[in-house]
Design a protein around this ligand. Structure first.
Ligand SMILES: [Zn+2]
Length: 379
């Protein structure tokens, strides 16, 4: 939710962002340096004792003024980033090397709720954060009774402040044991439509196209302004705000689409991440308006929205020949090309529309996998 800190509060938040950023960059630089020194000697590299957070706090005394939990989570996040990077190397999955943080980008820190040092007052719409002596006003109508686990404070590039609050809630939902076949949705990724199923498609948001023209215009306006001028600063702010707007639209779209899927279906079957289709889907769009960032997020959100209702998300393996099988007789049409939108089965003579046939096969395979888990399917 959005928060509205006062000038004094902004100063404290700025200090905290700054200290966390400094700690992150110092620790990262130390690791880079040690790696350069010891990369020939893997044992020494493994055994190397890095400076502790405490030692950094001794070195930069002003770090004591800010929330110590924020510094702790910075350390933890950096170590996690390295772990993910090394794990990614082993699994040949692409995970970026941890990057230095810049004060020109969005700022954030995460703090933990220990001994109720984070409080929220729903009546007066204000939140209390560690080390901030006064309450910060927020605007939001949601309330909750569960204890707060942690809070991430965020400042966008355009200067807005937000908090993301993580709460822990026990869900007492038993997974469904019987599913009606007509309440199971199977979808194939498509370049033009995003998700294609029998009966219903979930289309990609067309507003990206129109956003792109405006983005180009804003970029052009910025490049025309004199460096260091007030007008340039204003143009940059307009651009940054517009990027944030697009990002919000993406989030909105992802949440709406996953919500609709989880409401309509008791199980959703998707083909395991099809990178090629995703690239096609994003082709011709600039990175800022493409959906690539959110495919993983899309699945994560869809999964929990289903699970919270006792429903199921079922992935079908990437190597399942969903488009090549005849959904009527099971014949495998090995020579089917990507461009062939329809075909006639040489075995049973049924005429197939490619997308429809694919989603029927996906559904069959998904149902088989659900049944393997002991779920009963009612036709
Ligand atoms: Zn056939």
């Amino acid at each position: 939710m959005r928060i509205y800190p006062t000038g004094v509060q902004k100063e404290m938040l700025k200090k905290t962002f700054g200290c966390c950023r400094l700690l992150w960059n110092q620790m990262l630089a130390e690791r880079n340096g040690v790696y350069q020194l010891l990369k020939e000697n893997s044992e020494a590299l493994r055994e190397h004792k890095y400076k502790t957070e405490k030692e950094y706090k001794m070195e930069f005394k002003f770090m004591k003024e800010v929330d110590s939990k924020a510094l702790q989570s910075t350390t933890r996040h950096l170590l996690e980033a390295f772990n993910n990077f090394f794990k990614g190397l082993k699994e040949t999955r692409k995970v970026g090397y941890p990057k230095f943080k810049s004060k020109r980008n969005k700022q954030s820190y995460t703090t933990y709720n220990i001994n109720a040092n984070i409080k929220i007052d729903f009546t007066n719409k204000r939140i209390k954060l560690p080390k901030l002596k006064t309450w910060i006003k927020y605007r939001d109508d949601r309330t909750f009774a569960e204890p707060i686990r942690h809070v991430t404070v965020l400042k966008t590039k355009s200067g807005k402040y937000f908090v993301a609050i993580l709460i822990e809630k026990e869900l007492d939902i038993a997974p469904m044991i019987e599913l009606r076949e007509d309440r199971i949705g199977a979808f194939d990724m498509s370049a033009s439509e995003f998700l294609v199923g029998e009966g219903e498609d979930f289309c990609n948001p067309r507003f990206y196209r129109s956003s792109e023209a405006k983005l180009k215009r804003l970029h052009r306006q910025l490049s025309r302004k004199k460096k260091g001028s007030q007008n340039r600063w204003k143009a940059r702010l307009r651009l940054v705000r517009y990027y944030e707007k697009i990002l919000n639209q993406k989030h909105d779209w992802v949440h709406k689409t996953t919500f609709n899927l989880a409401k309509k279906y008791d199980a959703v079957i998707l083909e395991n991440l099809n990178i090629q289709a995703m690239q096609q889907f994003n082709s011709g769009l600039s990175k800022s308006v493409s959906l690539d960032f959110s495919w993983h997020q899309f699945i994560t959100i869809l999964k929990y929205k289903l699970e919270w209702r006792g429903k199921f998300y079922q992935e079908v393996g990437r190597f399942f020949p969903s488009s090549k099988l005849c959904s009527t007789c099971g014949y495998k049409n090995k020579s089917l090309e990507l461009a062939e939108r329809e075909w006639i089965c040489p075995e049973c003579s049924v005429h197939h529309l490619r997308d429809e046939n694919t989603s029927i096969n996906l559904k069959k395979e998904g149902i088989r996998l659900l049944q393997e888990k002991g779920i009963v399917i009612i036709t």
